[in-house]
Design a protein around this ligand. Sequence first.
Ligand code: GAR
Length: 207
Amino acid sequence: MLKIGVLVSGGGTNLQAIMDAIDTQGIPAEIVSVVSSNPNAYALERAKNKGIEAVTMRKRDYADAKAYDIALAEHFKSRGVGLVVLAGFMTILGETFVNEFENKIMNIHPALIPSFCGDGFYGLHVHEAVLAKGVKLTGATVHFVSPITDGGPIILQKAVEVLDDDTPEVLQKRVMEQAEWKIFPEAIRLFAEGKLQVEGNKVRIKK
Ligand code: GAR
């Protein structure tokens, strides 16, 4: 059974969607630890309500970024984690952590990569930028994490319509409901079933 470690920073609706999908869709995986970069993240409560270990690890409490990477990697390795899931994690991970879990870290980004991604594009800022540009379609992307921010191999994407009267908050909710909460559990299921094959910067989904 695949052991999953989850990194969070906020409300944890994606974490909730993943926990629910594991329960109801028979995904052969279990979440063994949830780590937050923010002690006040509601995501921690969601994990505790499920009886899952929930801890806070903040970059500022470590000597430098590399020490933080090493501590996070040790935390997950000691629990036998085979997949790390970034579910609204707002801290940049360094090469030390990324290389330790090569092609075993998944991130959800609330736009269609390569649009509206990279440094500075996170959370509500992404939807503000989408509305400012006036695009008619946005969506969400699940990808493996590489040392380049939002630059790793793409696993799944789903498009969502942008409507004339959208506010960033309204659009964020539609992207979550119609895309994020569906494709993130689906990508995890494919990984847990051994169906994802990384070839360079592409991911092939085996039948
Ligand atoms: C989600 O929309 C997720 O895609 C985004 O933060 C939100 C977290 O919500 N992630 C990023 O912007 C990462 N660059 P949640 O805590 O309710 O899952």
